[in-house]
Design a protein around this ligand. Structure first.
Ligand SMILES: *Cc1c(COP(=O)(O)O)cnc(C)c1O
Length: 351
């Protein structure tokens, strides 16, 4: 195993390999490429007993928040940044609702590249902003929404030798398809996949990954009601939802998402913010799994629409709950104040 040139290159034996090494046969890379990895992928797949009971079928959770920066974006980003580095780019850029920025910043830091991110001003979760800043990205707060940010970075990269690492970049999808391959490795088959849909890169990537290993589960995509262009059949000019990671009104992978849906006999449906937050709290309180609001859209959709005929369903939990501490605090109980005396502690604990 090679982690690129350099005197400290690791040669095997250090934990699980990153996904480029693990899936080298399925990816457009060579072991001799300057691979930029944080040992992403190989995320947990856990049985959700309480949700299985509620749905009446076996439901598994793919915990993508266990990736190095806390979201599935790392799968795509290790590939996009490796490709950028191989092509000699010095700078990467993306528009982001937060997680792409955090991931791009981390992988750019790892690969010794500069990174700039355009995020909608005031609309990204605190954890994601902290990550992008800590990893040394230039964070540009656009007075506009994600769709405008993506439009602008696409224009910018036409005129400058800067690598665009949004999911319009094909290497992003290549990396993200490996999550589908992990599911098939572990389960053999599954009947349906529930997944939140924003820019629609991830649903496109999963469908590609399943296809490459000869599987075709129903693709059940879920959008937030206030940001549901694929459900409505037209762009949403001012998308709004508590699930900031999927607050997108004009998905870049629109056509691909729709064909994944039709080819798999799946569906793309909307869930309300209330349904998203119900699933978000339920997952944390009854499954012990803390994901971010956008991720809970997959479970919210499954609870709302069911998965007809499916015996085994996987829900993708795209990002970690710690990404968005503010929503968590607003959605949970308050702390119990207490004086430092045994009686008071007793009352507080037992009360
Ligand atoms: C990016 C993201 C999504 C949406 O993925 P798309 O590829 O844009 O459809 C969902 N959840 C989280 C946590 C994300 O970061």
């Amino acid at each position: 195993m090679s982690h690129g040139a350099g005197p400290f290159a690791i040669r095997g034996g250090h934990g699980h390999p990153g996904l480029i090494h693990r899936f080298l046969d399925h990816l457009p890379f060579e072991a001799t490429d300057p691979i930029v990895s944080l040992q992403e992928g190989s995320t947990p797949l856990v049985l959700a007993e309480r949700i299985s009971e509620r749905v009446g079928t076996e439901v598994l959770l793919k915990i993508e928040g266990a990736n190095p920066t806390g979201s599935f974006k790392d799968r795509g980003m290790c590939c996009a940044v490796t490709a950028a580095k191989r092509e000699g780019a010095e700078t990467v850029i993306c528009a982001s609702t937060g997680n792409t920025a955090a991931s791009a910043a981390a992988y750019a830091a790892r690969g010794g590249l500069r990174c700039a991110v355009l995020v909608p001003d005031g609309k990204i979760a605190a954890g994601k902003l902290a990550q992008a800043l800590m990893h040394g990205a230039r964070v540009i707060a656009l007075r506009g929404n994600f769709d405008e940010a993506l439009e602008l970075v696409r224009e910018l990269t036409k005129a400058h030798p800067i690598a665009l690492v949004n999911s319009v970049n094909r290497y992003r999808l290549e990396g993200q398809k490996t999550a589908a391959m992990e599911l098939v490795e572990e389960l053999g088959t599954l009947d349906a996949l529930c997944i939140p849909v924003g820019n629609a890169g991830n649903i496109t990537a999963y469908w590609k990954g399943f296809g490459e290993v000869g599987q075709a589960p129903r693709m059940l995509g879920f959008q937030a009601e206030g940001a549901a262009p694929l459900v409505l059949g037209h762009r949403v000019e001012a998308p709004e939802t508590v699930a900031s990671a999927i607050r997108i009104g004009n998905p870049a992978r629109w056509e691909e998402a729709m064909s994944a849906m039709t080819q798999s006999a799946g569906a793309i449906e909307a869930v309300t913010d209330e349904e998203i937050l119900d699933a978000y709290r339920f997952l944390a309180a009854h499954e012990g799994v803390f994901c971010e609001p956008a991720s809970a859209a997959s479970v919210a959709g499954l609870l709302k629409y069911g998965a007809p005929d499916a015996r085994r369903v996987a829900c993708v939990l795209t990002g970690h709950g710690l990404k968005d501490p503010q929503t968590a605090m607003e959605q949970s109980g308050s702390v119990v104040p207490c004086e430092p005396q045994l009686a008071a502690v007793e009352a507080a604990v037992l009360g």
